[in-house]
Design a protein around this ligand. Structure first.
Ligand code: HEC
Ligand code: HEC
Ligand code: HEC
Ligand code: HEC
Length: 204
């Protein structure tokens, strides 16, 4: 009995017991009042009549944000093509900026149930890690304290570029797995224990 208790406390402290996959994750909306379909994928994807306005969007079924965002800026930022969020990040912000209703999928465009709480990023991204800019060998060289994404391993199987970048760009999905495939807290692509996620790219 005592032994079992010790094991249990050990597991809780390690924080390692997380369910993998989208079912039961923060992105499983099958039981939410604003989703009467009882399905999981449908709030974001559809097999037919997908929205193709965002380039590269995978069979998209959620209304896309039209907001103009305040961008991150700093005197030390070297990236020179930081612009309005595009690609995958624009898809995330189509719920996380709070201007689009969660229920706005499958042709619905009401704003009855916008996102609330800590998951609400809003349209001011000045206080968020920058996204939607090119991260390549040249940026790594200019910065001096970034790993070369085309050669350095991400720890996820291949290079930073292959595993974490989208058409060579940093996006929300560089750090997050929208489907919770690895089952790491806050839908992260890899554990950030001892800042391992940050130290994948930043040579500090
Ligand atoms: C909360 C929104 C959301 C839900 C729910 C969701 N997805 Fe996705 N999915 C995305 C986004 C955003 C992308 C593109 C970005 C990425 O891959 O990170 C994507 C990409 C994909 C892709 C192409 C890239 C890849 O990962 O293979 C497939 C296939 C996919 N989703 C299938 C599914 C299926 C099947 C379900 C339901 C079991 C599902 N998704 C549920 C948002 C979602
Ligand atoms: C269909 C709307 C929708 C889309 C699209 C969407 N999210 Fe979410 N996401 C939510 C909601 C709602 C929550 C809060 C769920 C809760 O509080 O239980 C959430 C929660 C999260 C969380 C917190 C998870 C946790 O365990 O606390 C992260 C991280 C996240 N989303 C990232 C993303 C990223 C990255 C994308 C794009 C690749 C994305 N989301 C796309 C609706 C969405
Ligand atoms: C450089 C990596 C990185 C990028 C890029 C990134 N995030 Fe995150 N995000 C994190 C980490 C790490 C956490 C967990 C922070 C914590 O636990 O305190 C997090 C937490 C979150 C949460 C949960 C907040 C909470 O307190 O519950 C949401 C929602 C979220 N991110 C959405 C996004 C969206 C949307 C984007 C793109 C606009 C994005 N993230 C881009 C690393 C990132
Ligand atoms: C997938 C790669 C990647 C990951 C993971 C990542 N970053 Fe970054 N980060 C970058 C790149 C590239 C820049 C742009 C640097 C530049 O242009 O000067 C950046 C910019 C920043 C900046 C702004 C630098 C400035 O000069 O204004 C800070 C601070 C930062 N990251 C901290 C973090 C932290 C903290 C984490 C972990 C939660 C993290 N990053 C995870 C790639 C990454």
């Amino acid at each position: 009995m005592k032994k079992l208790l010790v094991i249990c406390i050990g597991l809780v402290m390690a924080g390692a017991v997380m369910a993998q996959g989208i079912a039961g994750s923060a992105h499983d909306f099958s039981g939410d009042t604003w989703n009467s379909t009882g399905q999981i994928c449908i709030t974001c994807h559809t097999p037919h009549n997908a929205d193709t306005t965002v380039s590269g969007a995978p069979l998209w079924n959620h209304q896309v944000t039209t907001a103009t965002f305040t961008l991150y800026s700093s005197t030390t930022l070297d990236a020179n093509d930081l612009g309005q969020p595009d690609g995958v990040s624009k898809l995330c912000l189509s719920c996380h900026d709070g201007t689009v209703g969660l229920e706005a999928f499958g042709g619905v465009n009401t704003v009855t149930d916008p996102i609330t709480g800590t998951a609400l990023l809003g349209t001011d991204l000045a206080n968020d890690h920058p996204v939607s800019f090119t991260y390549n060998t040249s940026l790594a060289t200019t910065d001096g304290e970034l790993y070369d994404p085309s050669t350095v391993n991400s720890g996820l199987g291949s290079t930073i570029d292959a595993d974490m970048l989208y058409s060579g760009k940093m996006e929300c999905s560089s750090c997050h797995d929208v489907h919770n495939t690895p089952g790491i807290a806050k839908l992260l692509v890899k554990s950030n224990a001892a800042s391992a996620l940050c130290l994948t790219c930043h040579n500090k």
